[in-house]
Write a protein that binds this ligand. Structure first.
Ligand code: FAD
Ligand code: FES
Length: 279
């Protein structure tokens, strides 16, 4: 059992929790993830590590309430316990001095990307940071991101704050002369960014979120195609070269269980929706 020491709402339906997990806090690095099980009957869901404090023995993660398990997690309060957490899993991000780095952070992945961006800054990189969300209400950590950046931009899909969409990136890429792009966010966003950076031959790293079960390379559920080869998101990634990823296959595999997921969430709500009753 992992006690929740702190919980915060970052934006509507996006929450961040800090749990006591000293062994994980000791080892966790940016880019890695954990597998969370809310309760005894719960399913396993992967979430990216968004912070760790070795002294306090805690790790943080943020989640978007999109389905049954993330909604169940959202019900837990400070002092409650998460049933089980496995991790840290996956390969850490490669942190080094690339030079000029374009960081694109979108949606809930803004939270774990802040951890990565802090490390990139400490490694001496010059950072242009682009933060994006569907609507302005879903933006968070703006000040934190701005403080770490040399240049900072905000974009929303509906134009309610900053640039409308990410088309403005084309101009930034033409002028910028970057050494590396790192994009973390919704798959469609990472696909679009990778298409833009391919045109200017800018090496691009993305983090993939295929459906996972064990998170340890045994079940094969998380397979993705990268450079024409089959890879496992959990043990070969989760970061990959964005110019080699078959994003369309990833998108269609992510939607494979959509009817079951919707039904499961609906049934859970009909039964009263709480953290228990993982039926
Ligand atoms: C390595 C990795 C890191 C991730 N990091 C984060 C994060 O930091 N914050 C965050 O909010 N989300 C993250 N996700 C996505 C998160 O795991 C899913 O949103 C979550 O599993 C949804 O579960 P659910 O029961 O609430 O919703 P469901 O109704 O089960 O699914 C909703 C959507 O989530 C996707 N999904 C469902 N089950 C899984 C699964 N086992 N693995 C991956 N995707 C799944 C499906 O494509 C579906 O479209 C990450 C996924 C991966 C693979
Ligand atoms: S989640 Fe099972 S092999 Fe990757």
């Amino acid at each position: 059992m992992y006690e929740i020491l702190a919980k915060k709402e970052l934006a509507p339906k996006i929450k961040m929790v800090e749990v006591y997990a000293p062994e994980m806090a000791e080892k966790a690095q940016p880019g890695q993830f954990i597998i969370v099980i809310v309760n005894q009957r719960g399913e396993r869901i992967p979430l990216t590590i968004a912070g760790c404090d070795k002294k306090k023995g805690t790790i943080r993660f943020a989640f978007n309430e999109v389905g049954k398990t993330t909604k169940q997690l959202g019900f837990l309060k400070e002092g409650d316990c998460v049933g089980n957490i496995t991790g840290p899993l996956g390969n850490p991000s490669e942190i080094k001095n690339y030079g000029k780095v374009l960081c694109v952070a979108g949606g809930v992945m803004i939270a774990p990307m802040l951890l990565l961006i802090r490390s990139l800054r400490e490694a001496g990189n010059t950072l242009t940071i682009v933060m994006g969300a569907r609507i302005k209400e879903l933006l968070f950590f703006e000040k934190e991101m701005k403080d770490l950046s040399d240049k900072f931009y905000v974009a929303t899909d509906d134009g309610s704050k900053g640039y409308k969409g990410l088309d403005f990136l084309k101009e930034i890429l033409e002028k910028g002369k970057f050494d590396r792009c790192i994009a973390w966010g919704p798959v469609v966003m990472m696909k679009n960014v990778s298409e833009m950076t391919r045109k200017v031959n800018l090496p691009t790293t993305v983090t993939l979120t295929p459906i996972m079960v064990d998170g340890m390379g045994m079940c094969g559920v998380c397979r993705v195609t990268v450079g024409g080869k089959m890879m496992f998101g959990c043990v070969d990634g989760p970061e990959f070269d964005g110019h080699l990823v078959d994003f369309d296959e990833l998108i269609s595999r992510q939607r494979m269980f959509l009817p079951e997921e919707r039904l499961s969430s609906l049934l859970w709500e009909i039964r009263g929706g709480c953290t228990c009753g993982g039926k």
